[in-house]
Design a protein around this ligand. Structure first.
Ligand SMILES: Cc1cc2nc3c(=O)[nH]c(=O)nc-3n(C[C@H](O)[C@H](O)[C@H](O)COP(=O)(O)OP(=O)(O)OC[C@H]3O[C@@H](n4cnc5c(N)ncnc54)[C@H](O)[C@@H]3O)c2cc1C
Ligand code: FES
Length: 272
């Protein structure tokens, strides 16, 4: 994975331009961050200071969802105090945004197709990549999973750049009734999609399942990990994940600096 960090990382005091609910418990926040917008690459993230109150001192990481001129957006799910507070913030309220951070998805301009697999808010990590793949003329398909129809994200955004989308929901309220990895497995059995690269982001269990499917079908997969973070600068080691260096050696790597994008097959999923 490529890592362009530190050369072009900016800590920007900005203000919210818009912050709207786009699906149940999910919001799209837009703010002006010219330097971050200029340097953002697919898979990279920002570290956001939501408030300077005690109790909210740690920043929260969010992937850069889209970039347009000097603006970036973040697509986020309400999880705990930080994201709840963020969802209540209004246009004009201040925000401190550090980024772009982390490494990027790798893709070549070879004609092999790409399959994007997003679970829940994980699809946010794949949108800049989706745009880059389309700009490079790479055949790309989106598989989007959600708990239920009301929580489905990004389908219209993917379709608007020419990517067809297959949907899976846990309760069957729209699309395939079951996991997005079922749809992935069906697809890989078809000759047209037998040699793709898979790019995925979502809950830990989904990423582990995607890795298993990729290994079974012997296709490459890159995944963006979303471990909890402290500093996001490579210092606190709060975000590490186990990476298999060779058959009998595991190394803990920092998701904020060595990641968030990893080769799926390198993650030691059986080690906590
Ligand atoms: C590189 C990166 C990119 C991310 N991009 C996005 C994004 O684009 N959109 C989005 O919605 N989310 C994203 N996340 C996850 C997001 O950062 C967390 O959901 C957020 O920090 C939670 O903050 P909070 O204050 O609401 O919850 P907290 O109060 O900090 O936590 C509430 C509960 O959620 C659990 N939790 C918190 N963070 C995580 C996590 N990362 N994984 C698993 N459990 C967690 C905690 O254990 C706790 O039980 C990303 C994470 C990383 C590391
Ligand atoms: S969050 Fe501190 S080292 Fe990654």
């Amino acid at each position: 994975m490529r890592n362009d960090r530190s050369l072009n990382t900016y800590d920007i005091q900005t203000a919210i331009l818009s912050n709207e609910e786009v699906a149940e418990a999910h919001y799209l926040l837009r703010c002006e961050c010219a330097e971050i917008a200029q340097h953002a690459r697919p898979g990279q993230f920002v570290h956001v200071m939501i408030s300077q109150d005690t109790g909210m001192l740690l920043r929260r990481p969010f992937t850069i969802y889209t970039v347009e001129r000097n603006e970036i957006t973040m697509l986020y799910q309400i999880i705990g105090d930080g994201t709840k507070r963020l969802s209540r913030m209004l246009q004009g309220e201040p925000l401190q945004v550090l980024g772009p951070l982390g490494n990027t998805f790798n893709f070549t301009t070879k004609p092999e197709p790409a399959i994007l697999v997003g679970g829940g808010a994980g699809i946010a990590s794949l949108m800049l990549l989706a745009a880059a793949l389309r700009e490079n003329g790479i055949q790309t398909l989106g598989l989007v999973g959600a708990q239920r129809r009301s929580r489905l994200l990004s389908v219209a955004d993917l379709e608007s750049i020419g990517i067809s989308v297959h949907i899976a929901t846990d309760d069957g309220s729209i699309g395939h009734h079951g996991y997005v990895t079922d749809v992935l497995t069906d697809l890989l059995e078809k000759p047209d999609w037998s040699h793709p690269t898979i790019y995925a982001c979502g809950p830990h269990g989904m990423l582990s399942a995607v890795t298993k499917v990729a290994l079974d079908f012997e296709v490459p997969a890159q995944i963006a990990m979303e471990n909890r973070m402290g500093c996001a600068m490579g210092v606190c080691l709060g975000c590490v994940c186990p990476v298999r260096i060779d058959t009998d050696r595991i190394e803990y790597q920092r998701v904020c600096t060595e990641g968030p994008v990893f080769n799926a097959a390198d993650i030691a999923w059986d080690v906590s």
